[in-house]
Structures are given as structure tokens and as C-alpha cells.
Design a protein around this ligand. Structure first.
Ligand code: AGP
Length: 615
């Protein structure tokens, strides 16, 4: 996934573009570049590495112009080099383009263009698109707005794959052209100036009025106006939305990292996930966004939960919750597997796709595959204007605010909370009594305060982290509701500290995992004081007998756990189905502090991007 920002207006574009890029750096940070148009000239600056390198380059070699496009890259085709950094130009050097997505047929297009004499400077698919636009622009004649848009249109008709692009022509002043298919692109509406970006996050310092472009739409952007057209050329209506967060929410505030800020937001984001969705009067959850009546929900006999990464782990918790609270058969599937397998789906199956960004390519493909088979498919998303949110047949918004740290934290607890609400709703439609429902609601209403209590332990975590920061790896184990927490905790630590980590059901220890136990590989057991504690305790003893260090995550004051572990991270008591919201938090904090102590870039871990919008 990459980040794009464009500007056209009276101001110097460079500072605006850099400010926007910095807010999009979570989308990719291999290299960055900017192109500025200024009275018949095009100036390009590119730098490998973080956006700060580009900013320094622009200080050393200033560029000016009130029209510009820029890009921060997460490499798909071509190594991380300056040549492969965007923007890319056409053969003439007069047209410049930035792109987020994958041109799947770029090799064939490149061969055809090379046969026509085009010479390429990079290994990227994006440069091929730039040359294709340039080829048609020349065919159309003198540079003009109409010719540039038509050249873009002609080129995109030949493209297979996904794109979110911004294009400029040196000799067509005051115009940016944007287009999208499969990669997000938003138009920022200013006063006497207009913007383009991959995410409204890049624009909140300048405007909160935005238009979310849809697939196969093209936008012509000038300082005082804009037009939206279809790829076929006819005009398109549009709706101006107001971004539901401000610049403050999109900044780190007093926190050293977005990840820590977002971990500490969880008491309020868990509360926001429930806000207006609990009815004590009816002893159930109210989820109007499902767009389904109680009788339609009553017909559901099977649930499928689909996601990637953290969203998949939240789905795993949802499976246990749905079976426990609603006695409803539930299956969980990794999105990239679902989209290619031929899973039997009948008319009594209800499918949910879960995605914080709402742009994950595999999850979007799973949504479309499910709908292609005629199945109602609902979404659980955080980004209300995302492609998944817009294309699903309804769903539940997380209202967690922007999650910028690449490692998902508040999105996990928000998704688990929503899946618990869904389980309550389905349970009350099936076999849960109003008494049961009320008891669950009371437990849910206490949850945010319990989250806040767990967060108070943060000052103790650096000391624990220091003991284990240089371990070779870490094993995470739990049973039932805690098995998905083990998986999620392993993902957290591995993706920000680069340690080898894995999550398992505790009992799998005997089936091979115990071979990994050694004094330099601690095991983390998420072992609350529940019906399976004794089973977990046996596993812990098996690890200790082989000199494996053990960190426990347990229920406050449970001495039996403290006696058999080297360190314990405590959480308040809660029902099994709510425990994952609590037990994951100390492990998010442990991962954070270990990564900091290992000198890793917590918010922008190597090789990763916040949302994987390519397959
Ligand atoms: C988790 O920390 C990672 N950021 C990654 O696994 C992420 O959960 C996954 O890519 C799914 O993202 P989504 O929720 O935006 O679809």
C-alpha cells in the first residue's frame, strides 16, 4: 500500500504535500517523492527511506510551485531504489504520475511500449502507466485539459489491476487528474484550493470536506472547481462528506508513538464500540446497521467470520463468543483462503468480513466472492468511507477513530467487543433469556473501567520487557477464548520487534511445540482463573521442567499462577467471553516496550504497511 497527496491552489505546494505525506507514512515508507508544476516547468525530487529524507532533500534543493503530487512507497514491483520511487514520468518527461495499486498486465504493456521505442528508467509497473498516458497524449495533439483526461482514460482502459493515481502535465497549468479502481482516493474540497489523497488523514489540517471517489471514476481538479466523471466520460454526481475526526485525533499528542496512544485509547474505544448499542429494556444489543429484521436474523443457522491478521484473530474470539452466547455454528476463515476455496454457503449462512482499514485487498475480494454467490455479506469496519464499508450489505462501524500505528491494537478490542454484541443479539433471538441478556449487558458496561485498570499497569512493563527483550523468540499459549489472544499477542510482538514468535492452543505444547522450549525462549501463558486453569498450570509445569522461563497473564490475586511463573501480568476478573479484551492489553504493552528497548520503529515496522491493499 502506498500514500498519495496532490494539491492545486494559490499556496506553495511543497509544505502541504510533505505535511500530508507525513500523515500517510504508515501506508508505506520505503521511499518518497514529489513533483511540482510551476509556470511551464516540472520539478521532481525523490529520496529512498523515510519522508524526512525527502524533506531534507527539498531543503537542500528547494522546489517551488502551487500545483503538485507526491507519494510514499511500499514496494510491490521493483527494489527500494531512487529510480523506482514515485513520481514517474512519461517518455517526454512532460507528464508525471504517482500510483497506489498494482498494474497486473504491466509487463505486456511495457513490451509493447518498448517495441514502439519507449525507454524505461525503473522496474515499476507505475512507470509503464505513465508512458501509456504519454503515448496517448501525444496522439491526441496539443496539450490541453481535455486531451490529458482523454489520454488517462484511454490508458486506464488497457490496465488490469488496481490503481489510485494522480497525474499532472507540465503544459496544462492549474490541473490535477485523479482516478481510482480498487485503491482508495479522496478529494479534499478547499476554498480556492483542492486536494487529492489516499486517506483523508492527509488533509485534516486543510479541510474536513471530502468526496470519496468510487471505482472507475476520474476527477479533474482545479483551484476553484472540480469535476467527477466516469471512465466512459459522463458526469458523475457526488456527495461531500465531513471527516469524522480532526487533526488532534490524527496526531500523537503527548505520546512517543501512535501505537502507545492507541493502546491507551482502548477504554474509550471499547466504550464507543458499545455506545447506543445496548438495550437494558430489551436485554439485548441493538445493531441497526445490519439492515436485517429479527425474523431474518432468526433464520440464520451459520455464521462465517472472515479477516486477515489481527482482524482474523478477533474473528477467532467471535467464534467462541457466538457459540457460547448464541449456540450458533460459526466458522472463521482467513480472507485470502476464503476467496479461493469453494466453501459451501447456503441461504441460512450469514457472512461477516472484518477489516479496520476497510481496504485490505484479500478481505475485499472475500466480500465480493461471497456477494457473487448471492450471499448477504456484512462488514465490521473502522473507516466508514472505505471500500468494504461501502460495498458490504450493511454492518457495524467500530467508531475507534484513526488507527495509525501499523500494529493493530484498539481495532482488535473494538472488533472483539462488537462481535460480543453480535453474539448477544443472536443469543437473545435464539436461546438467551432476558435475565442472561441483562447479566451480559452489566458485564459489558463494566468493561471500559476494567480496561482502564489494566492500563494502569503500564509503568511496570518496561522492567518485565527488559528481562526478555533479547530473547531468541517467544511462545504464546492459551485455551479457548485465550487461544486467539495467544495468536494476536504473538503477531504484535513479531511485527514490531522482529522476534520469532508463535501462538498456540496450550495443549499443543505436547504436540511438538515443547521442542522449542529452552532458557532463551520464554513462554507466555494466558491463564486466567477459569475452568481450565489447572490444565494450563500443567502445561506451565511442563515448560518449567525444561528450564523455560514463563510469563503468566492471570486474574488479579490468583496466587496459584504467581507461584508457578517467573513474572505475572494481572487483569481484573471478567467472564470468559470478555477476558480477551483485557488479557490482550498487557501483551500489547509488553510487545511495545520490548520493541522500544530493541530500538525498533514501533509505528512503522520494517517491510510492513498499515493496510495491505495489494494481494
Ligand atoms: C496487525 O497488527 C497488522 N497491522 C495486520 O495483520 C492487519 O491486522 C491486517 O493487515 C488486516 O488489516 P485490516 O483490519 O485493515 O483489514
Amino acid at each position: 500500500m502506498c500514500g498519495i497527496v496532490g494539491y492545486v491552489g494559490p499556496a506553495e505546494a511543497a509544505p502541504i504535500l510533505l505535511d500530508g505525506l507525513r500523515r500517510l507514512e504508515y501506508r508505506g515508507y520505503d521511499s518518497a517523492g514529489v513533483a511540482l508544476g510551476n509556470n511551464g516547468s516540472l520539478e521532481i525530487r525523490k529520496a529512498v527511506g523515510r519522508i524526512q529524507n525527502l524533506a531534507q532533500l527539498i531543503i537542500d534543493e528547494p522546489v517551488h510551485g502551487n500545483r503538485g503530487i507526491c507519494h510514499t512507497r511500499w514496494a510491490t514491483h521493483g527494489a527500494v531504489t531512487r529510480e523506482n520511487a514515485h513520481p514517474h514520468t512519461d517518455q517526454s518527461g512532460r507528464i508525471v504520475l504517482v500510483h497506489n495499486g498494482v498494474i497486473e498486465n504491466y509487463e505486456k504493456l511495457r513490451e509493447e511500449l518498448e517495441r514502439e521505442g519507449h525507454v524505461f528508467q525503473s522496474q515499476t509497473d507505475t512507470e509503464v502507466l505513465a508512458h501509456l498516458i504519454g503515448k496517448y497524449a501525444i496522439q491526441l495533439g496539443e496539450p490541453s485539459a481535455d486531451h490529458l483526461v482523454e489520454a488517462v482514460r484511454m490508458a486506464l482502459r488497457e490496465v488490469h489491476g488496481t490503481y489510485g493515481i494522480a497525474v499532472m502535465h507540465r503544459d496544462v497549468p492549474d490541473l490535477l487528474v485523479g482516478a481510482r479502481r480498487g485503491s482508495p482516493l479522496v478529494l479534499g474540497v478547499g476554498k480556492g484550493e483542492n486536494f487529492l489523497a489516499s486517506d483523508p488523514l492527509a488533509l485534516v489540517n486543510h479541510t474536513r470536506d471530502v468526496v470519496y471517489l468510487k471505482d472507475f471514476e476520474i476527477v479533474l481538479l482545479r483551484p476553484d472547481n472540480f469535476q467527477i466523471q466516469s471512465l466512459a466520460g459522463d458526469g458523475r454526481d457526488y456527495e461531500i462528506s465531513t471527516v469524522d475526526f480532526d487533526a488532534e485525533e490524527a496526531s500523537k499528542g503527548d505520546y512517543p508513538h501512535f501505537m502507545l496512544k492507541e493502546i491507551f485509547e482502548q477504554a474509550s474505544t471499547v466504550r464507543d464500540a458499545m455506545r447506543g448499542r445496548l438495550s437494558a429494556e430489551e436485554a439485548t444489543a441493538k445493531l441497526g446497521g445490519l439492515n436485517m429484521t429479527p425474523s431474518e436474523l432468526r433464520e440464520v443457522e451459520r455464521i462465517i467470520l472472515i479477516g486477515c491478521g489481527t482482524a482474523y484473530h478477533a474473528a477467532m474470539v467471535g467464534e467462541y463468543a457466538m457459540e457460547t452466547l448464541a449456540s450458533l455454528p460459526t466458522e472463521v476463515e482467513v480472507a485470502s483462503e476464503f476467496r479461493y476455496r469453494n466453501m459451501p454457503l447456503d441461504k441460512y449462512t450469514l457472512t461477516f468480513v472484518i477489516s479496520q482499514s476497510g481496504e485490505t485487498a484479500d478481505t475485499l475480494a472475500a466480500l465480493r466472492e461471497s456477494q457473487r454467490k448471492g450471499h448477504r455479506t456484512l462488514g465490521i469496519c473502522n473507516n466508514v468511507a472505505s471500500t468494504i464499508a461501502r460495498e458490504s450489505d450493511g454492518g457495524v462501524y467500530m467508531h475507534a477513530g484513526p488507527e495509525i500505528g501499523v500494529a493493530a491494537t484498539k481495532s482488535f478490542t473494538s472488533q472483539v467487543t462488537i462481535l460480543t454484541l453480535l453474539s448477544l443479539l443472536m443469543g437473545r433471538i435464539r436461546n438467551l433469556s432476558s435475565f442472561d441478556g441483562l447479566r451480559i449487558i452489566e458485564e459489558l458496561e463494566q468493561l471500559p473501567d476494567k480496561v482502564a485498570r489494566v492500563l494502569e499497569m503500564n509503568p511496570h512493563l518496561p522492567e518485565v520487557a527488559e528481562k526478555y527483550a533479547n530473547s531468541h523468540g517467544m511462545l504464546f499459549m492459551g485455551r479457548q477464548f485465550q487461544y486467539p489472544v495467544a495468536m494476536e499477542a504473538a503477531l504484535k510482538l513479531k511485527e514490531i520487534s522482529y522476534m520469532f514468535c508463535s501462538g498456540y492452543p496450550s495443549a499443543e505444547l505436547k504436540h511438538g511445540v515443547i521442542a522449542l522450549v529452552n532458557p532463551d525462549t520464554p513462554s507466555v501463558f494466558i491463564a486466567p482463573d477459569d475452568a481450565l486453569f489447572e490444565k494450563n498450570a500443567s502445561n506451565i509445569q511442563e515448560v518449567r521442567a525444561r528450564k523455560g522461563p514463563v510469563i503468566g497473564v492471570g486474574t488479579e490475586g490468583h496466587g496459584a499462577l504467581e507461584r508457578i511463573t517467573d513474572d505475572v501480568l494481572w487483569v481484573p476478573p471478567a467472564p470468559d467471553y470478555l477476558m480477551p479484551v483485557l488479557t490482550i492489553i498487557p501483551l500489547q504493552l509488553l510487545a511495545y516496550h520490548i520493541a522500544v528497548q530493541r530500538g525498533c520503529d514501533v509505528d512503522k515496522p520494517r517491510n510492513l504497511a498499515k493496510s495491505v491493499t495489494v494481494e
